[in-house]
Design a protein around this ligand. Structure first.
Ligand code: GLN
Length: 309
């Protein structure tokens, strides 16, 4: 299969729809991004990354970071993490507080904001926020094989300034005794983790551990065990797009994780990790063009996890 051609054809077929959807407005710094940008990067076990469009432009990965935070929190905490965060789709928007009271401060899954705040808290563990952030950055640079991965401090500040909803979630969790660290310490790491600036190429490369049983087949670096990678893929499929997860599985058929910066990371078990980016979102905060691109790639490759091929 000529994967470069598939990536190119997908990009070209959608290029005239650039700018569709609505960029996130509630984080003011994200509004400054040119909405017509559109990138695709596909990493496989072959080595070279197949790219098209703005694949080398760094963007705010936002909630895509929750996948890495989960892998690293599980590494520190082990299965005990599942005592404080569930594994069920929420059917609610990413920043919903609705279920949190009824479920006694145990968020439905690690990809809604409440669950990610708990995951980040466990990733910090007994370390300072600075040490934890440095650790996260070092791991991503290692996985991406690129020292250029950074945190956009302007986006992080913007998120913190408009972060009342996340503060509400975090204080609610703290009231149920679910956080080990002070709320503001946890949020300072959470906001910076969401503000990681990465390109599609860096994202696809750093996530190769997901489709390949926990170990990057190109560099040989292990991020997690095979069963853990399988489980993260399962959670991405069921919860990766909040109240849009069913629709994404229906249209695309890959485990995926969206972010309100317009990035989507997809993991195609045994085959590839694919990162797409276009800032315009649908109502659930998933990149409109990004989801179309992944659906197109699924069609052209026949790689849907629900296909018998
Ligand atoms: N930083 C964003 C928030 O916490 C992440 C949301 C997202 O990408 N879905 O609101």
């Amino acid at each position: 299969m000529d994967l470069q051609r598939i990536v190119d054809e997908t990009w070209e077929a959608l290029a005239d729809q650039r700018g569709s959807g609505t960029p996130a407005r509630y984080i003011p710094a994200l509004e400054l991004v040119d909405p017509r940008q559109f990138g695709i990067a596909m990493a496989t076990r072959d080595g070279p990354v197949y790219c098209a469009g703005d694949a080398d432009v760094p963007f705010s990965i936002q909630s895509v970071s929750k996948v890495f935070a989960l892998a690293l929190a599980l590494e520190r905490e082990g299965p005990a993490l599942w005592d404080v965060v569930g594994r069920e789709p929420s059917g609610n928007p990413f920043n919903s507080i609705l279920q949190l009271e009824r479920e006694k401060g145990v968020p439905r899954n690690p990809f809604i904001n409440a669950g990610a705040i708990v995951t980040t808290d466990r990733f910090i563990g007994d370390r300072s926020p600075e040490v934890a952030i440095d650790d996260l950055l070092a791991r991503l640079r290692l996985m991406a094989r690129d020292e250029g991965v950074t945190i956009d401090t302007e986006v992080a500040r913007s998120e913190s300034q408009t972060g009342s909803r996340n503060r509400s979630l975090a204080y609610f969790l703290a009231d149920f005794g679910r956080l080990l660290n002070p709320v503001e310490d946890v949020l300072s790491v959470y906001f910076r983790q969401c503000s990681l600036a990465m390109s599609c190429r860096q994202l696809a490369e750093s996530a190769l551990f997901l489709p390949f049983d926990g170990t990057d087949p190109v560099s040989g670096v292990t991020m997690c065990s095979p069963s853990r990678a399988r489980r993260i893929n399962a959670l991405m499929l069921l919860c990766g797009h909040y109240d849009n997860s069913g629709q994404f599985a229906f249209e695309v058929g890959f485990p995926g994780k969206s972010g309100v910066g317009g990035g989507i990371l997809a993991s195609v078990p045994g085959r590839a990790s694919i990162a797409v980016w276009s800032p315009g979102l649908n109502r659930a905060g998933t990149s409109l063009l990004g989801a179309k691109a992944l659906s197109d790639i699924a069609l052209r490759t026949g790689w849907s996890v629900f296909s018998g091929k």
